[in-house]
Write a protein that binds this ligand. Structure first.
Ligand SMILES: [Fe+2]
Length: 208
């Protein structure tokens, strides 16, 4: 089964200074005490009509709304990221966040959305120039050897199996930011994209 592949989608990456300034002014302040998640997250899109985008309990409340809500000014500041999320093979977008790991994230499996999908399910984008810096890893078992997927500079969009494969991140010393996208997959379109991408980038595909 394919567990990691670069994805054949071109994306314009936002200016690094603008990205970092936005991130540090807007990350959710109560993520650790509410959800126990130790990395910093900055929400861009939610299915909840959030009044305070720095409050993780609002952003991640079980959604009841069918509309998508965008954090203040993100459509103007990061039009390329919003457009990108809308090009992904989703039947329904659930949300999108920026993520910065401030400490070691131990191996774990995620447990939500598309649980029935084998293979890469989660679409992420590396937004800062950390292509050569190992951080994101996958591993067969919790304690087995860490494998660091190659994230490509020209194609920084990648997909991996986050529900069925252990993954984590080593802490990096300077600010490494990724975009994490979540949605309910259109399995036919998704399979097509994974197949084409894994053929194009076959040298970088990881299979377990
Ligand atoms: Fe995860």
């Amino acid at each position: 089964m394919i567990v990691y592949t670069p994805i054949d989608i071109s994306i314009n990456i936002p200016d690094g200074d603008v990205l970092k300034e936005y991130f540090f002014n807007n990350y959710m302040t109560n993520l650790k005490e509410t959800f126990g998640y130790t990395s910093l997250l900055c929400a861009l899109i939610s299915r909840n009509s959030v009044t305070d985008w720095r409050d993780a309990t609002q952003v991640f409340a079980d959604h009841t709304d069918s509309d998508l809500f965008y954090a203040p000014n993100v459509k103007e500041i990061f039009p390329e990221l919003i457009e990108f999320v809308h090009t992904l093979p989703y039947k329904e977008i659930i949300g999108a966040v920026l993520n910065l790991h401030t400490e070691y994230l131990p191996p774990h499996q995620d447990e939500f959305i598309n649980l029935n999908v084998d293979g890469p399910e989660r679409y992420n984008v590396l937004l800062t120039p950390h292509y050569e810096q190992e951080s994101f890893f996958i591993c067969k078992d919790k304690n087995s050897e860490k494998i660091y997927p190659k994230i490509l500079k020209e194609y920084p969009v990648y997909a991996f199996s986050n529900n069925k494969v252990f993954h984590g991140a080593d802490k990096v010393l300077n600010e490494r930011i990724i975009l994490i996208c979540a949605g309910i997959l259109d399995e036919e379109k998704h399979d097509k994209l994974i197949k084409a991408s894994s053929e194009k980038f076959k040298d970088y595909v990881i299979r377990f």
